[in-house]
Design a protein around this ligand. Structure first.
Ligand SMILES: CC(C)(CO)[C@@H](O)C(=O)[O-]
Length: 475
């Protein structure tokens, strides 16, 4: 059983959360009314919609476009990725830690699917040409892969040297994994809309809640794909701890597990695109990924649980500048007290959220393939799962598994990159505000003061020791 579905006793083995394998996602996700954590349109959607220009034509630069013309005459790597293999080709956009992990695991399938890595800078193409390829060390063994992959850089600028090809040879991409940082994920997927349609499956790997949960997924799709030709959107929850050691090189420091499930499928296309099952199965059965497929409701719950982990471990390790395991060393210390405060706030938010009317349809969406379970009993189970005690023991279990890793947020701050604090703690704060505003009977005053203070610390680049942490975050 996945660490994320650890259950109080056997209660979570109820029909609602037992996942049939392989999945039947097309029967699970139906268009539904809304769940939103905001009453206004979110900034990411406003920003995408403010761009009314047509979807850009994009060119796929390959190493052949950087080599001299005599060299590129000798090579034909760009020609290998013809449109004939599109049904099986998996494009991975963003080759950071998670992109590397998924690419390496997918490449270990027998037979190996064709895989194209898509980098976001021309410089990375040059580095790839001269480097050893993708390297991941795991449990003392080194995985190395170069010929296993095609590599491309996608840009509006046509190459001036070598073959001039459009992305996916101007056909529709069938299988796309978006492995960028959270803030770039929707803008990147949106930029590719010329190459996506109902035959496409787009799987997001980012931590945090998917932006395409109702209602904004439907709103986005209605605006960008007005002819019912939207791609199918899926997401993964990744619990592995991966540490970057430079471009294309990572340590799989804490092997754990992953899950994949549907967020928003195009059910107007009948039959559902084969890419949904193909990509789901490719990920669910990839060596070393230890992944499984989830129903839509399970994915939503799993993302919420992972959010609790990321909104606790990531910012605390960022401000304390420590490895994950250091947070859990002293069960009576200051850090343990701060963790408890954060978890009390998170627990209250999630327990209120699951009782909000807008969540009913997400929770009941899988009922068509399973023996009926009443919404009330599902809520009762989730109430228990999101209790302080359950979240606390889940976090400490995970903390143990990923103790040797350096959190993605600490890696980001050390590399001078922006963090995902708004996608984690920020989401919780916004959700608490939404629940406070929309509660008609009695206003629920959800305390988010510890999450708020932690956001401010991360945003201002504050680094503290335990004494100062207590001063900032304990009453
Ligand atoms: C599980 C996790 C906290 C391990 O470091 C990871 O999600 C991360 O670093 O973001």
């Amino acid at each position: 059983m996945s660490m994320w579905t650890r259950a109080p006793g056997r209660r979570m083995q109820s029909p609602c959360f037992v996942c049939p394998y392989p999945p039947e996602p097309h029967r699970l996700a139906k268009p539904m009314a809304a769940y939103s954590t905001q009453s206004r349109q979110p900034a990411w959607l406003t920003s995408l919609m403010s761009d009314t220009s047509p979807a850009p034509r994009l060119y796929a630069w390959s190493p052949d476009n950087l080599r001299s013309s005599s060299e590129s005459n000798k090579t034909s790597s760009a020609d290998q990725s013809g449109s004939h293999d599109l049904d099986h080709r998996i494009f991975i956009l963003g080759i950071g830690n998670l992109g590397r992990l998924y690419a390496s695991c997918l490449s270990m399938h027998t037979p190996r699917p064709p895989i194209t890595l898509v980098v976001h800078r021309q410089e990375l193409l040059s580095q790839w040409i001269h480097g050893p390829g993708l390297e991941i060390s795991r449990l003392g063994r080194l995985y190395r892969g170069k010929d296993e992959f095609q590599i491309e850089w996608w840009t509006e600028q046509a190459p001036t040297n070598g073959p001039v090809r459009e992305v996916s040879r101007a056909s529709k991409i069938r299988n796309l994994i978006v492995a960028t940082k959270a803030a770039a994920a929707m803008p990147e997927a949106d930029r590719l809309r010329r190459y996506l349609d109902s035959s496409s499956s787009v799987t997001f790997l980012q931590n945090g809640m998917s932006k395409l949960w109702p209602p904004y997924g439907q709103e986005y799709v209605a605006k960008r794909y007005p002819h019912n030709d939207a791609p199918n959107f899926l997401a993964c929850v990744t619990n592995h701890g991966v540490l970057s050691e430079g471009p294309f090189k990572s340590v799989h420091a804490s092997p754990a597990d992953s899950a994949i499930g549907p967020v928003l499928l195009n059910t107007t296309a009948r039959p559902l695109a084969p890419s949904v099952a193909y990509l789901t199965e490719a990920i669910a059965s990839a060596p070393y990924l230890n992944a499984r497929s989830l129903t839509r409701a399970e994915l939503w719950v799993s993302q919420l649980q992972k959010l609790v982990v990321n909104s606790t471990i990531n910012p605390l390790t960022a401000v304390l500048r420590c490895k994950n395991g250091a947070l859990f060393e002293n069960p009576d210390g200051v850090v343990a007290k701060v963790i408890a405060r954060l978890l009390h706030e998170s627990s209250a938010i999630l327990q209120t959220l699951i009782n909000h009317p807008s969540c009913a349809e997400i929770l009941t969406a899988s009922a068509d393939t399973k023996p009926a379970q009443s919404l009330d009993s599902m809520r009762e189970e989730l109430h228990l799962r999101f209790s302080f005690t359950e979240l606390h023991s889940m976090l400490y279990d995970i903390g143990h598994v990923v103790k040797d890793n350096t959190s993605s947020m600490l890696q980001d701050v050390r590399a001078g990159k922006s963090t995902e604090i708004h996608d984690f703690n920020g989401w919780l704060v916004e959700t608490a505000e939404f629940l406070g505003q929309s509660s008609s009977e009695q206003p629920c005053g959800l305390d988010v003061s510890c999450h708020r203070a932690l956001i401010a610390m991360v945003e201002s680049g504050t680094v503290v020791d335990e004494t100062e942490l207590a001063r900032h975050l304990l009453p």
